[in-house]
Design a protein. Structure first.
Lengths: 268, 215
């Protein structure tokens, strides 16, 4: 019994340390990225707001107001916010360990903490930006209020885990090979059609729909759109496939991350 | 106690794999002061970094059952774009120390004044050394890993380091990497010599110094 209580105490203690480290990393990240003098924290949200609202405005202006019977602005907002989240998380993860080498001088800071802190910030930033843009669009009358908040929340939760998993994988692979580092931005750009951000599964011919449904992000965005449009849109997503695919990616990411220290050559 | 057990470290270079450390075994007990001697490129700093947990060995393991500082050298441990104060704040957070208390000590010890508000990358190497020492002493490690090059400060700084580290904290362990025989003779009570990836533990400091001079 005594042994057990010691064990759980030390486990709890380690969780507490990791919590403190991640907290400190997040605060530090805000200061390094945006500086103390500028409106650091505001910019964290401001940047994705400008991105999302810019795209939403341009698409609303140049495209027909409705596509396949769905409002254009809502399509763009529901697609672009999760996409921005993923692309920002991935971009911030590439070479994150090399850029943060000086942090790894402190043994309690692990590669896992660095990615957790960065991903957390990106996710908070894009979600707050998404809320802002959606609220603005709703108040200006370009978008209706969501039909099913639960489904939106579910889709976004899956998307957060997907972003975290790909950030872990991207960060580890980019340290292992320079080639992968170069190719990641090309990959993230070429994968845009598979993100499902600008199309919906139902718009595709029936026999090609499975290809898009292979992408977890497309499933997530379908869920978000299902929550936004309700029964007026026909959405398709596979919760079973999406769950195990996301878990598989997470496990791969965690395995790669636990082994990455060997590959790192840390310079202060 | 710190115990290195069969440490092997290889680096991948353009001319193939280079084995810098080839099976290092050593034990450092609480309160012992070790000097590591060796020529340039012998792998002294690499060993220090492995003991500090910055680099992982290719094979072998390091056991630590006391708190060990990060390797104190010119580079590392600080984020250059952040100010000295922000670095202090971060380190206070992750080592669970009180910020105000630490700030007081660092102000007093490092005497950096308003420079603390400037980014660390603008510091001279002497200023970096003072900040690194002040922070690690404020954290109160059981064992300090010191790359001797960092002890280049002016006479006043050297004197303060001596006071804080060697007098007030004489119960702590030290592992010092150095080229200065006088310094090692003065501060250490054990020595080891690193050559061709192998470590020789010497019976006395003087023996290590002689061995180093005869290479």
């Amino acid at each position: 019994m005594k042994w057990q209580s010691q064990m759980s105490e030390s486990l709890f203690y380690h969780f507490k340390i990791q919590y403190k480290v991640i907290h400190a990393l997040i605060l530090r990240e805000i200061h390094t990225r945006y500086g103390r003098d500028n409106l650091g924290f505001l910019w964290l949200v401001g940047e994705p707001i400008l991105f999302c609202s810019g795209v939403a405005i341009v698409w609303t202006a140049i495209r027909p107001a409705r596509e396949h019977g769905l409002a254009m602005t809502a399509i763009v907002v529901t697609g672009y916010v999760p996409l921005t989240m993923w692309r920002h998380c991935l971009a911030r993860a590439i070479k994150a360990y090399e850029a943060n080498g000086s942090l790894l001088f402190h043994r309690q800071v692990t590669p896992f903490d660095i990615i957790t802190a960065r991903t957390f910030l990106e996710i908070i930033g894009t979600i707050m930006a998404g809320l802002f843009v959606a609220l603005a669009a709703i108040m200006l009358g370009f978008m209706k209020t969501p039909q099913n908040y639960g489904l939106i929340l579910l889709g976004l939760t899956y998307q957060c885990f997907f972003c975290f998993a790909t950030a872990l994988i991207g960060a580890a692979l980019s340290e292992m090979s320079d080639f992968i580092e170069k190719i990641v931005s090309i990959f993230s750009y070429l994968s845009l059609p598979f993100s499902g951000a600008f199309i919906m599964v139902a718009w595709l011919p029936l026999r090609y729909q499975w290809i898009l449904l292979l992408s977890p992000m497309a499933n997530n965005i379908e869920m978000v759109r299902g929550g936004q449009f309700g029964i007026s849109a026909s959405v398709r997503y596979d919760l079973f496939y999406n769950t195990w695919m996301t878990v598989l990616l997470l496990i791969i990411g965690i395995l790669l991350t636990t082994n990455i220290r060997k590959h790192l050559e840390i310079t202060g | 106690m710190i115990k290195c057990d069969g440490i092997i470290k290889e680096f991948h270079t353009s001319s193939g794999v280079r084995r810098v450390l080839n099976g290092i075994n050593c034990t450092v007990q609480r309160g012992e002061k070790w000097g590591i001697l060796g020529h340039n490129g012998a792998g002294k700093s690499t060993l220090l970094r492995i003991i500090g947990g910055v680099d992982l060995p290719t094979a072998g393991r390091v056991e630590r059952d006391m708190s060990v500082s990060w390797p104190l050298a010119f580079s590392g441990a600080f984020q250059g774009s952040l100010s000295g104060l922000d670095n202090l704040r971060f380190i206070a957070r992750i080592y669970n120390r009180d910020y105000a208390e630490m700030r007081g000590f660092v102000d007093d010890f490092a005497e950096l004044g308003n420079h603390l508000r400037e980014p660390v990358k603008t510091y001279s190497s002497g200023m970096r050394a003072r900040l690194a020492f002040a922070l690690s002493i404020a954290i109160e490690f059981d064992c300090y890993l010191i790359d001797e090059v960092i002890m280049v400060g002016d006479a006043r700084f050297t004197e303060r380091c001596r006071q804080e580290l060697f007098d007030k904290r004489s119960d702590r362990s030290l592992i010092i990497v150095s080229h200065s025989m006088d310094f090692i003779r003065e501060t250490c009570d054990h020595s080891m010599v690193l050559r061709d990836g192998k470590m020789t533990i010497c019976a006395s400091v003087q023996e290590g110094v002689d061995m180093y001079n005869n290479f």
